[in-house]
Write a protein that binds this ligand. Sequence first.
Ligand SMILES: Cc1cc2nc3c(=O)[nH]c(=O)nc-3n(C[C@H](O)[C@H](O)[C@H](O)COP(=O)(O)OP(=O)(O)OC[C@H]3O[C@@H](n4cnc5c(N)ncnc54)[C@H](O)[C@@H]3O)c2cc1C
Length: 379
Amino acid sequence: MDFSYNENQKMIADMIQQFGKQNITPFVREWDDNQTFPVDVFKKLGELGLMGVLVPTEYGGSGFSYTEYVTAIEQLAILDPSIGLSMAAHNSLCAGHILQFGNDEQKKKWLPKLTSAEWIGAWALTEHSTGSDAGAMATTAVKDGNNWVLNGAKNFITHAISGDIAVVMARTGEKGDSHGMTAFVIEKGTLGFSSGKKEDKLGMRASETAELIFDNCKVPNENILGNVGDGFVQAMKVLDGGRISIAALSLGIAKGAYQAALQYSKERIQFGKPISHFQAIAFKLADMATEIEASELLIYNAVDKKNRGEKMTLEGSMAKYYSSEVAVKVATDAVQVLGGYGYTKDFPVERFYRDSKLCTIGEGTSEIQKLVIAKQIIG
Ligand SMILES: Cc1cc2nc3c(=O)[nH]c(=O)nc-3n(C[C@H](O)[C@H](O)[C@H](O)COP(=O)(O)OP(=O)(O)OC[C@H]3O[C@@H](n4cnc5c(N)ncnc54)[C@H](O)[C@@H]3O)c2cc1C
């Protein structure tokens, strides 16, 4: 297998690096300090074709495979993991769900708005009382003629305030029935649909995370994706792809932190020589480089299966689990390599350290990934 970047990947990486110099890097600190979600940047990413990377061109997307998608998230994450996270939620969760399970009319209606970033997308599964145990959700949808009436709330939703459209999973059957949930598309402005508390977070502070509230929210029948009762099963399939997103995000964070630590270790002189000459530091760098390489191999293994349309639940979970833990470890070690300076906001490793932790939590915690992996291998 050839793991070097193909022409599309090179083009995407160059484009993001160029774009980032003017539009991302100068503002990262300010967005992080103020928890600013930079909507304008996402509009511009839409113009670059990065808000519909996996969507076929007939629906306004770029029509790329997961190979190019991983590169886009990784490169954005090196610049600012928050931008990578939001881009991933929009692409693989919201647009991805509509692309995989919407009918042609629904795809034509919503995907071009998402791929152009005219609309920002959200995807809502998690609730206050149900995170890992998402199937026990309490938000209900009750049929009322040609409409469904939703009541309840979703928690920790990326783009819950700035989003223009959300794919929402709600209970339409019995608790405990995996076929008792349905996926609805809800547009901003729908009566009874609003956003609530914005979270004040440790990291990923430029990615907006807030609550979505449904108060007798009336959604027409034609906004159901697929069949009534398929929502939870659909969501699990969407998360299979989503795990590649978080793995790619983790890879970008690990690479960003590693590159910063490597450069600093060559420049910082203590006891008359660069600190990279001390074996304790050199071995940290060796571990980082090796673990990043291993993450990359696991990710491209999952990507390969996904691109071929094969089931990749096991490979996706392995890639997500391993690379997210590596991101946390590499970012932690990078802070150590920079010593006191790593503990300040003057160097990017402090932010990578905070941002990395989301990767072991979002779209299925590390513990849940181990459960998925164990189930796949044990049966
Ligand atoms: C920044 C951010 C963005 C997010 N964006 C979205 C979004 O856009 N859409 C969305 O739907 N959700 C989103 N989430 C929610 C995220 O997916 C959940 O936080 C995650 O699934 C974990 O759920 P929880 O927080 O309720 O933790 P819990 O499920 O309460 O878990 C708490 C702890 O218990 C452990 N645990 C739980 N069950 C088991 C078990 N069976 N065995 C072993 N250990 C277990 C967990 O691993 C964890 O360590 C986001 C979260 C964050 C922080």
